[in-house]
Design a protein around this ligand. Structure first.
Ligand code: ATP
Length: 386
């Protein structure tokens, strides 16, 4: 399969199965804007939850925030965005009538964290090093949005601003580099580090590593890790009182910045698989079970047999009660073959079928998505087999 074909197939699967639709499609769409449908929204949410867990909640040195998309126009002037991003910023008017002010939608989530730095320090008194993480939308009026959700005009970022003493920057750069690599392997993707040469780095960065991915259209940036120095806090004239020494210092910043949508695209491109199973061609997403939109689907073998339906509902409800951390689906549309095909296409790792034997032996058939293998499992042991 050529790479162009692969991209077309991913886009078409995403639409067919309710992952991603063109925004405003019934009006001809809008370049650079995409909507997430049911399964896409869950996949995206699972990725964001895992990021939040690994980059924030698993650690003791991290806080979280949720700041606004529109800020006082002075914020983006002080940050250098108005000068450096220029045309790429989306302009907007705040207020109606005569008293309006021109501002811009943020092009990265980071500034909200810098601008709140004093409030955060006053509220929590964190000791250096500490970080603040945020997930949120960013807007760039890209000249040529392209490659599906790779280059959009409205997208989402997961960013950490990690505040450190200048002398420690190499150590913490390495720490976040490792965290990003681990995150990549946890979601099952292979990333390639690219040391960005000085002349290509953003003006504020003393070191940047791009984490690249082999998309169907070629190797390109997935995430970035930058040492932003003290550029941002200095711009906003903010500093920090070192309580041990009594000195006021301007902390330096390490920034792991991960695009949510590019991560979704990398995961889709990485897991789209075509093979043959039982002599039939099939398509499936080989998603890791920790991010698959549906962890398991429960089927009654036949939907017109009330005793099977009753038992299947029971199994579904009991799993649903115990499995609050992942999504389950009850599916009785079409025959079993059709249900498998549909669940394969959305990347469901396990399908559970309730058949006539279940009624006497309290066992079900669990089918593995990747191998198609089926095994009998006691209902009581189901949870630990998913
Ligand atoms: P590129 O060079 O591809 O334009 P960038 O270097 O400008 O990206 P950053 O400013 O470092 O990107 O933004 C951090 C992250 O935000 C990127 O690594 C990427 O995951 C994501 N991102 C940036 N621009 C877009 C976009 N237009 N659409 C989707 N995601 C984006």
């Amino acid at each position: 399969m050529s790479n162009d074909q692969l991209m077309d197939k991913i886009v078409s699967l995403c639409k067919r199965r309710g992952f991603i639709y063109p925004s405003s499609e019934i009006y001809g769409g809008l370049a650079g804007f995409w909507n997430y449908g049911h399964y896409g929204a869950i996949l995206k949410e699972n990725i964001k939850c895992l990021w939040k867990q690994r980059f924030i909640f698993d650690r003791e040195d991290m806080l979280v925030t949720d700041t606004t998309i529109i800020s006082n126009p002075k914020v983006l002037q002080a940050s250098g965005h108005v000068t450096n991003f220029g045309n790429e910023l989306f302009k907007t008017e705040i207020g109606t009538g005569e008293e309006t002010a021109t501002s811009h939608l943020r092009a990265e989530t980071a500034q909200g964290i810098f601008v709140d730095f004093k409030n955060i320090v006053d509220s929590h008194h964190p000791k250096l090093p500490f970080g603040v993480g945020q997930i949120g939308k960013a807007f760039r009026n890209e000249i040529s949005p392209r490659d599906f959700i790779f280059r959009q005009r409205e997208f989402e970022q997961m960013e950490v601003e990690y505040f450190i003493k200048e002398s420690d920057w190499e150590k913490y750069f390495e720490m976040w580099r490792e965290t990003m690599n681990k995150f990549a392997s946890e979601i099952g993707i292979r990333v390639y580090e690219f040391e960005v040469p000085a002349e290509e780095r953003a003006h504020y960065s003393k070191r940047t590593i791009d984490f690249q991915f082999d998309y169907p259209f070629g190797r390109s940036e997935l995430w970035g890790l930058a040492y932003r120095t003290d550029f941002d806090l200095k711009n906003h004239q903010l500093d920090y009182l070192d309580e041990e020494t009594g000195d006021r210092i301007v902390p330096h910043v390490i920034e792991p910045s991960l695009g949510v949508d590019r991560t979704v695209l990398a995961v889709l491109a990485n897991t789209y698989t075509e093979d043959e199973l039982g002599g039939e061609k099939r398509v499936y997403l080989k998603l890791n079970k920790n991010i698959a939109p549906v962890r398991a689907a429960v089927f009654p073998l036949l939907k017109n047999k009330p005793e099977l339906v009753k038992k299947a509902r029971e199994v579904y409800e009991s799993l649903k009660l115990s499995a609050n951390s992942y999504q389950l689906e009850y599916d009785d549309n079409g025959n079993i073959g059709k249900r498998y095909r549909r669940q394969d296409e959305i990347g469901t790792p396990f399908c559970i079928t309730i058949d006539f034997d279940t009624l006497t032996d309290d066992s079900v058939t669990v089918r593995d998505r990747d191998t198609g293998e089926q095994k009998r499992v006691k209902i009581a042991d189901l949870k630990e087999n998913l």
